[in-house]
Design a protein around this ligand. Structure first.
Ligand code: ADP
Ligand code: MG
Length: 376
């Protein structure tokens, strides 16, 4: 009975999914910070139509450029609001989907805040794991789940295992075991059974990130931090097993450095960041355009994410922006990138869906959302 219900839900969900495409773009704007407020910066973002997924940027004086995304979060929206929308995609890893959620944007716009958050204000990573454990417990009579995590950093096109202990002189490389199964041999996959364990693992990863860099903030803005959640699911009714992956990625800052500032090591860093972020944009565009060649191999970032970008996997991008007039150039550039990512996918609806069923799903989601809110 339960299984039947699950199958029905999954089928409906898939139909909605198929109709809407597998790529979502959510835009989140942080509040003006103290320094900006005290130095007289003004806000260039117009949130009047944020509820409809629209936002406007005043580029100079009265000229306004409009953008449209799947969601727009104003500075007043909190971590709970954001997770309420992201959670269904994140937890579909339990149903066998590969998923990739990443935060893109200029340094200081809240990428780490959205993904990691703070201890008082947890972000997507923690909330996702918490919900995965909760759901897997609820389903324990029908499914046996095995959850493990890896934490990687990609810096200058090199992969570093943040959970590795002991000497790590070995160069980590990406290997393909079979179709749709890329992995990095030798990387630590820490099995986790509850949220407290995960927290310790994530802390260890965070601490490892700081080792060997004299300025952790600068370092983290120039590297991609990638949390991979691997799920093995066994259906206890029919013995069927699935393996799936959820990537949660805090990307390097997307800002362009002024040409004159950049030399030596910095130049190399900047080029590698540009290369991987454009590779990410190229891969998603190629997927959306249903290109026969998807250029995954152009960067370590896209190569690592390969199994979770494209096919029937799901992608969610947070484009993070600053509200300040001083950042308007970078803001426009991020929004243009995000538009390119979202653009092609939202073509004509492929499949006609029974609207009464859609209403039901909407109600279901709304209920889950309010439960989630009440819990917090
Ligand atoms: P990034 O990772 O993009 O460089 P951070 O996540 O470090 O940016 O955010 C920069 C600062 O702004 C941090 O102090 C963070 O706590 C704060 N911040 C970012 N987004 C928000 C938000 N939505 N609400 C409140 N504070 C935020
Ligand atoms: Mg950061």
């Amino acid at each position: 009975k339960y299984n039947e219900e699950m199958m029905k839900r999954k089928k409906l969900f898939n139909e909605v999914q198929e109709a809407k495409g597998n790529i979502r773009v959510f835009c989140r704007c942080r509040p003006l910070n103290k320094v900006e407020t005290s130095s007289g910066c003004s806000t260039v973002v117009d949130f009047d139509a944020a509820k409809d997924g629209c936002l406007g940027i005043f580029t100079n004086g009265s000229t306004k450029k409009s953008f449209r995304f799947d969601r727009v979060y104003t500075p007043k929206d909190d971590q709970v609001d954001v997770f309420a929308d992201a959670s269904s995609m994140a937890v579909s890893v339990l149903d066998g989907y590969n998923v990739c959620i990443f935060a893109y944007g200029q340094t200081g716009t809240g990428k780490t805040f959205t993904m990691e958050g703070t201890e008082q204000n947890r972000g997507v990573n923690y909330r996702t794991l918490e919900l995965l454990f909760k759901i897997s417990k609820e389903r324990s009579e029908t499914f046996a789940y095995d959850i493990s995590v890896s934490v990687l950093e990609v810096y200058n096109e090199q992969i570093r295992d943040l959970l590795a202990t002991g000497p790590t002189s070995k160069r980590l490389e990406i290997k393909q075991a079979s179709e749709g199964s890329h992995h990095v041999p030798g990387v630590v996959e820490a099995k986790v059974d509850n949220i407290n364990e995960v927290w310790n693992v994530l802390q260890a990863g965070s601490n490892a990130r700081a080792v060997g860099s004299n300025n952790i903030n600068e370092h983290s803005s120039r590297s991609h931090c990638m949390l991979c959640i691997m799920v093995k699911a066994k259906n206890l009714m029919n013995g069927e097993c699935t393996k799936s992956k959820l990537w949660l990625v805090d990307l390097a800052g997307s800002e362009r450095l002024a040409r004159t500032d950049v030399q030596g090591e910095r130049l190399k860093e900047a080029q590698n960041i540009n290369r991987s972020l454009s590779a990410l944009g190229d891969v998603i565009s190629a997927l959306a355009a249903k290109s026969s060649h998807i250029p995954y191999r152009n960067s370590k970032l896209t190569h690592l994410l390969q199994d979770s970008l494209g096919g029937d996997s799901k992608t969610l991008m947070f484009v993070q922006i600053s509200p300040s007039d001083q950042d308007v150039g970078e803001t426009l550039s991020s929004l243009n990138f995000a538009t390119r990512v979202r653009g092609v996918e939202l073509g004509p609806v492929k499949k006609q869906i029974d609207t009464s069923e859609l209403q039901k799903i909407k109600a279901m989601l709304e209920k889950a959302r309010s439960e989630c809110r009440n819990k917090d």
